[in-house]
Design a protein around this ligand. Structure first.
Ligand SMILES: C[S@@+](CC[C@H](N)C(=O)[O-])C[C@H]1O[C@@H](n2cnc3c(N)ncnc32)[C@H](O)[C@@H]1O
Length: 189
């Protein structure tokens, strides 16, 4: 199932990438695989007191995992009200409702200025449009984008996530993570 989702998004990327920076193609719900979620949170170097925003939060997995594993506050924003309801239900089931908030909103209209970590699994056009807000985040804030980077903004570093050792067959593709640290110059690549 998961592979089929990834194939669908890969196909839409191939077809839509030339247009993606110009048009606002609908961004589908494709959950990040859990091993990618774990790595996204690790590379974000989460510390006590961080506030994480996941833009396009789907079933809430990134925000919920951050609350469970690191005990930090998080906000998930998604256009799809049904997914927001599902994320709230998942948070309640995982016992982290007191740490997280899910809102049905267009991510581009949201004030993200309190965020110290922002995660993205969104098309480039969305990431590009969010960039002015990302660049205004406090010094030291981290942005982790899954598979889609940001035009003309060199990441602090890039990482290819290995498939999980116990389940390599279901993860033929290796997610790429783009990481920016506000105020830090990218390493030479
Ligand atoms: C590829 S999924 C990523 C889900 C989750 N972040 C993850 O990594 O598992 C993208 C999500 O963005 C939502 N979305 C699309 N356009 C949006 C927008 N303008 N503002 C907020 N959410 C949006 C979709 O409904 C979908 O749930």
């Amino acid at each position: 199932m998961h592979t089929r989702f990834r194939a669908a998004i890969a196909l839409s990327v191939l077809i839509l990438t030339p247009l993606a920076a110009r048009s606002q193609d609908t961004i589908p719900y494709v959950p990040s695989p859990m091993h990618a979620v774990h790595r996204m949170l690790e590379v974000a170097e989460i510390q006590k007191g961080d506030i994480l925003y996941d833009m396009g939060s789907g079933d809430g997995r990134i925000v919920i995992e951050a609350a469970k594993k690191y005990g930090i506050r998080g906000v998930g924003i998604d256009l799809n009200a049904e997914l927001v309801a599902k994320a709230r239900e998942n948070a309640a089931n995982e016992g982290v409702s007191h740490l997280v908030e899910f809102r049905a909103q267009d991510g581009l209209t949201v004030d993200i200025s309190e965020a110290t970590v922002v995660t993205l699994y969104m098309f480039k056009w969305f990431n590009n449009a969010l960039r002015p807000k990302l660049q205004k985040l406090k010094t030291g804030s981290r942005i982790v984008a899954h598979d889609f980077d940001i035009d003309d903004w060199k990441p602090t570093r890039v990482e290819h996530v290995s498939p999980p050792k116990d389940d390599p067959a279901d993860y033929a593709e290796s997610p790429t993570l783009y990481i920016w640290k506000i105020g830090e110059t990218p390493a030479a690549q």
